[in-house]
Ligand binder design. Sequence first.
Ligand code: DAK
Length: 261
Amino acid sequence: MSYKNILLEQPEAGIYLLTVNRPKALNALNSATLDEIGAAAELITRDSTARVALVTGTGDKAFVAGADIAEMQNFTQEEGAAFSARGSRAFARLEAVPVPVIALVNGYCLGGGCELALACDWIIATDRAVFGQPEVTLGVCAGFGATQRLPRKIGPSRALELLTTGRQVKAEEALSIGLASAVVPADELMQKGLEAARSVASKGPVAVRCSKEAVRRGADMELAAGLALESELFGRCCASADQKEGMAAFLQKRRANFSGK
Ligand code: DAK
């Protein structure tokens, strides 16, 4: 598939970089962009050599300023529901990517943009980042997952406050409420993102994938079932060449050379 609204690159082996690329509309998400994000997520999922992915937006003004208001303006009920389902499908595909996906948030991260970041595994923001769910200002509720993912991330009270006031949250507050995992100077975002990506990519690939599977699937389970899942995945790691190599390397006081098998 060729992309018109996103860029999909591999800056280094095993590291994908997905950039939403509609700078004239502050990278707003229209239907085509949502489909392309979903397709890119599928491609990364199918690539057994993928180790980690970064998601960002073109320019230093916005990560993504929301769903495309121009496209949504005259939606009927059916069209609105279909658009919401389209975004949810794309973000579910992103969330299901089996390797860690890190959002690099540069500037405005509003509405559907915040929902895109929430579908990633963690968020690195610049000190100029601004988060928010301003949908109610436009007369709609969130439609790409924020009513579900935001409360799971920052708790129902804080989520409802943001979802019903549309209040914007600056980077430091995003960090303090656990929405962002780190805040970095604006000109260091890509460097810090790549450092995080390299750190993930250097670890045992089977173990990294099992860690994500345990956390993601476990989030919807009762504790006992989640712990059983973890045990099963730990066993899977022990059947891997990566585990033999990682532990041999430790005992031989050398760096592990993982095969991802
Ligand atoms: N959609 C389309 N175009 C956008 C946009 C957006 N979300 N945000 C910005 N733009 C466009 C502007 O229209 C402008 O275009 P031109 O006039 O140059 O052609 C260009 O980007 C630059 O924006 P500004 O001139 O406004 O730039 P400023 O620096 O003055 O302001 C801003 C930046 C981010 C504060 C402002 O652009 C802004 O407030 N943007 C809208 C932010 C927002 O409300 N985002 C949430 C969108 S609603 C659902 C499905 C989905 C959703 C909800 C329900 N269902 C089906 C139920 C999701 C909804 C949303 O995400």
